[in-house]
Design a protein around this ligand. Structure first.
Ligand code: BGC
Length: 780
């Protein structure tokens, strides 16, 4: 990295000053000091160099709230300074609300500033490749665009308050089993279009100060030492100039990591000596270490300059924000007969069933675990408060410890439910069912929870189920249940937020950011999760993760990606598509503007998440049926309508072709689909891209003659040679294939399938001519 490039990482204004300090420090630092700076001082801080005035900075988890340890060396989970516990990322993902996510991150940053933390370790942008990943609660979505956009908002929310983000875990860390050693086997195209995409979006839009390299290997090489990942793609192609730190204990070979582009090893390990030795022995270039140290110094000084220790924190306001966030994230999965919201008659006697109503599970277990700054709200207490004199709430526990079946508790719950005007059953996943470090074995609820729902359904037709879980679960009783609310792990104010939704104080507007399968066997990656038994994790479903899988396999999910109801209804108007005027040579890309109206056709104010998908009509490379490209959350009063407008650019139509090493558009006709979920498309239009070059698959020695004949630059030159070969083997009158198209003639198809190299073998083409043809094909 050059000095000029580094300067782009520092804040403007303070930038020049910091640059000068960096260069001065670099000239005065010993090799040992440089090596020491590339490894953490303890669990959470960087190494200071006091004689040169280089401070130490503090890093803390993220992303559910601030988890500042009580001491720099203390890594224990659950012994932290109190902080606002927000809904987990899987909940926030379901809000589809970039402004909300930005506000939540802003509040976390405020607390970080007040507590002396310079970097918050989040957001997590791994995709929900399988519902079994034990850490799905800490990730936004199964879709890369939704993940990337929300991540960019999270990063912006932190960094606009002077606190750095760390987008994690780079990359293909989509399972927890043996996470420190597994080898994720992922095709380059799949990597670019799915698993790297959220990082790319977050970097392009929000310039995170840091990224976190994952534990696992990627195609054989540990991410923390992977030069293709860190140097070629992140630094080279994306031009990222921030810091890459390791996940905690992810490093295996420190010197190799520096060569590959890993700036900081966390936490402390006695590895600095190996870095210094590698430089002394000529195994690691001094310039490379200097580049890494230069970036680190710049980062540390920038972070230090952004400290605002006197930042006032309003924990009550943050609690209210946490409640709003949980309410915006709740997803109304089902609401037959308008059972919800509970009003009038329905509210007279509410049977509230399930221990989660009184002992809430509100966050995930592991490194993101926050010590809540305010008493955790319970659905029971908040419902009692909100119902006031309009209704009575009777409660029964319903199930035993860890969700075990308890027949006495079941009997009691059934009796309470039968006498009430409505039953609200709170079920989900106990903490032991989903936690960092362990994958789930199945997606079922605990037996006691399932039995409770079934028992209540037998005696109470007006049953509402509230779900408390960090990731998709199977709901075999869903068809018999009139109303289901997905409440997620809602943070310290999640109980109140669900009460708001049940009573209609909040009109639900969340949409699933992950598909709920009917059964685990229907889910993508089912046969390849968590690994194949040899430590390899084959991402064998390729491009077909999440809804892309269900679309391709024509599988009806229980609830599709993007689904979520409201207490009002929305209508979509006709979609119009407009292409920008043909760009001049320097005008940049051609864009496609899409617009349509959304109207609130019901009687309550509400918010709708309009989703825009793109489908390539006749893809030349295998491609999912549709891909999410844009979304917008709009607030509408009853009867109100608004225009939703998106601008698509060339990348939105392109695929990554690993043979070309580039994003390419391979055909011109696309369907633009807009709607309320991935399976509820309300309006569509097709577009034929104009003025956009169609990138042909680059041709080479092994490309079949059919492709050479389809290429306008090579077609005519090749026809005589192919004709000669045809006549040699199939008789004087044999005709060469025309434009490579299938003619039904076996001889023609046979020849059309041949790699062009065969022409060389049979003397019909010289090596020089082949080289000329390859050059010709790639030039046009
Ligand atoms: C997790 C990271 C976390 C780090 C520090 C690791 O085990 O994977 O997400 O930021 O610990 O707590």
């Amino acid at each position: 990295m050059t000095k000029t490039e580094t300067s782009r990482t520092v804040a403007t204004g303070a930038g020049a000053h910091i640059d000068a300090r960096v260069e001065e420090a670099l000239t005065r630092m010993t090799l040992e000091e440089k090596a020491a700076l590339t490894v953490g001082r303890d669990a959470w801080t960087t190494v200071p160099i006091e004689r040169l005035g280089i401070p130490s900075i503090w890093l803390s988890d993220g992303p559910t709230g601030l988890r500042k340890a009580l001491g720099g060396a203390d890594m224990s989970v659950g012994r932290n300074m109190p902080a606002t516990c927000f809904p987990t990322e899987s909940a926030l993902g379901a809000s589809w609300d970039v402004d909300l996510v930005r506000a939540v991150a802003g509040a976390i940053a405020t607390e970080a500033q007040a507590d002396g933390v310079q970097v918050v370790l989040g957001p997590g942008v791994n995709l929900k490749r399988s519902p079994l990943c034990g850490r799905n609660f800490e990730y936004f979505a199964e879709d890369p665009v939704l993940s990337g956009e929300l991540a960019a908002a999270f990063v912006a929310g932190l960094q606009e308050r002077g606190v750095g983000a760390s987008v994690k875990h780079l990359t293909a860390n989509e399972s927890e089993t043996d996470r420190m050693i597994t080898d994720s086997i992922v095709d380059e195209r799949v990597l670019r279009e799915l698993y790297l995409r959220p990082f790319e979006i977050a970097i392009a839009k929000a310039h995170p100060w840091t990224l976190m390299a994952a534990y696992n290997r990627l195609n054989g090489i540990y991410c923390a030492e992977n030069a293709h990942l860190l140097r070629d793609i992140v630094e080279g192609e994306w031009g990222y100039r921030g810091i890459v730190m390791s996940d905690w204990f992810a490093v295996n070979d420190r010197a190799a990591g520096i060569a590959a582009g890993l700036h900081l090893q966390m936490p402390y390990a006695p590895t600095a000596a190996s870095v210094a030795a590698a430089v002394r022995e000529g195994e690691l270039a001094q310039e490379r270490l200097d580049d890494i140290v230069r970036a680190l110094l710049s980062f540390v000084l920038k972070a230090d300059a952004a400290r605002r220790p006197d930042t006032p924190v309003d924990l009550d306001a943050h609690h209210r924000l946490a409640r709003r966030a949980a309410g915006e994230s709740a997803v109304l999965l089902k609401n037959e007969g308008g059972l919800l919201p509970l009003e009038g008659e329905a509210l007279v006697e509410v049977a509230l069933l399930g221990a989660f109503a009184r002992e809430p599970r509100y966050q995930g277990a592991g490194s993101s675990q926050v010590v809540p700054a305010r008493p955790v709200e319970t659905l029971h207490d908040e419902l009692v408060i909100l119902a006031g004199s309009a209704g009575r709430v009777t409660y029964a526990t319903g199930y035993g410890e860890d969700g075990a079946v308890d027949t006495a508790l079941l009997r009691e719950a059934r009796a309470v439910a039968g006498e009430a005007s409505v039953a609200v059953v709170v079920v989900g996943l106990p903490g032991s069912y989903e936690e960092e470090g362990t994958d789930r074995a199945h997606i079922d609820l605990p037996p006691g929870h399932t039995r409770l729902v079934e028992a209540v359904l037998e005696v109470q037709p007006r049953t509402v189920v509230v779900l408390v879980n960090g990731s998709a679960v199977a709901l075999p009783w869903a068809a018999r249940t009139p109303a289901i609310v997905e409440g997620w792990l809602g943070g310290q104010a999640g109980g109140g937020a669900i009460a708001d939704v049940l009573l209609g104080r909040v009109n639900p507007s969340g949409k699933l950011a992950e598909t709920f399968p009917g059964r685990l066997e229907d889910a993508p990656a089912y046969l390849n999760f968590p690994d194949d038994g040899t430590g390899r994790v084959p991402f064998a479903e390729g491009l077909f993760t999440g809804y892309r899988w269900y679309d391709a396999r024509r599988i009806e999910p229980l609830f599709p990606f993007g689904h979520g109801l409201s207490y009002t209804t929305f209508a979509y108007g006709a979609l119009t598509v407009e292409q920008s005027a043909a760009p001049g040579p320097d005008d940049g890309e051609r864009t496609v503007t899409v617009s349509f109206m959304v109207r609130n056709t019901g009687t309550r104010a509400g918010r709708e998440v309009a989703q825009l998908y793109v489908r390539e009509r006749q893809p030349r490379l295998q491609r999912p049926d549709k891909e999410l490209k844009r979304f917008a959350k709009v607030a509408l009063e009853p009867g109100e309508e608004t225009e939703v407008r998106f601008t698509l650019d060339e990348r939105d139509f392109a695929v990554y072709d690993p043979r070309a090493g580039a994003w390419v558009i391979t055909s011109l006709v696309f369907d633009i689909l807009a709607g309320a979920s991935s399976r509820d498309i309300r309006t569509r239009e097709s577009v034929t891209l104009a003025g956009v070059p169609v990138q042909r698959v680059p041709l080479g020695r092994l490309s079949p003659l059919r492709d050479w004949l389809a290429h306008p630059a090579t077609r005519d030159r090749l026809r005589p040679m192919i004709g000669a070969l045809q006549r040699q083997f199939f008789g004087a009158e044999a005709e060469p294939p025309i434009d490579g198209g299938g003619s039904g003639d076996v001889a023609q198809s046979f020849v059309a399938d041949m790699p062009i190299a065969k022409l060389v073998m049979f003397g019909a083409l010289s090596e020089e001519d082949l080289a000329r043809l390859i050059a010709l094909s790639s030039a046009s």
